[in-house]
Design a protein around this ligand. Sequence first.
Ligand SMILES: Cc1cc2nc3c(=O)[nH]c(=O)nc-3n(C[C@H](O)[C@H](O)[C@H](O)COP(=O)(O)O)c2cc1C
Length: 200
Amino acid sequence: MHDDALYREALATFDALFGEAQAAGEPDPTAMVLATATLDARPSARTVLLKAHDPRGFVFYTHLDGRKGRELQANPHAALLFHWPRVRQGVQVRIEGAVEIVSDAEADAYFAVRPRGSQLGAWASKQSETLESRETFERRLAQVTREFDGRDVPRPPRWTGLRVKPERIEFWYGADYRLHERDAYERDRAGTWTKRMLYP
Ligand SMILES: Cc1cc2nc3c(=O)[nH]c(=O)nc-3n(C[C@H](O)[C@H](O)[C@H](O)COP(=O)(O)O)c2cc1C
């Protein structure tokens, strides 16, 4: 399935556009909107950063106990959205698929290269829980800073990567007079990819 020619074409198109977004000076081409839904079908969205992508999928890192982490464990399906207004006449990429947790080894390797401040922040934050005051968070941060003084900060067990495994990838290209172009790549149940154009 990973070596399906159309899937490879879609990933190559993503890479080319991602490269163009970097070259065009997009403030952060890795920023993407992540949409999740609860089991009773209520959607929510927020921005996360793309930290890895390859034929296995698109990876971001987060706390499993935060809202998105809880929603994705209950309903492991997500949509990702990139918008690069500086590329060509504006490009949007939509990716949808099932979600899996990355291996501990993969998450450990990524956590290890994060700045120490971010590593400590991951321990101090109870993502998406009510925070009574900013001082409470700063106190927790000071506490973990003391706790790990003089040694490497290990990855918090509930902080990890989530991989969205594409089942659908759509590219939208802006054009004059609303003659936008849309190419949709979709995987069927048998794992075969198809490609079609869509009306704008
Ligand atoms: C540019 C930008 C990048 C962000 N990147 C991440 C990220 O990679 N991981 C993450 O957990 N939150 C990231 N956030 C914060 C999320 O948008 C969100 O506020 C937080 O993860 C809590 O979401 P939740 O309550 O739905 O779990 C980012 C926010 C912005 C504005």
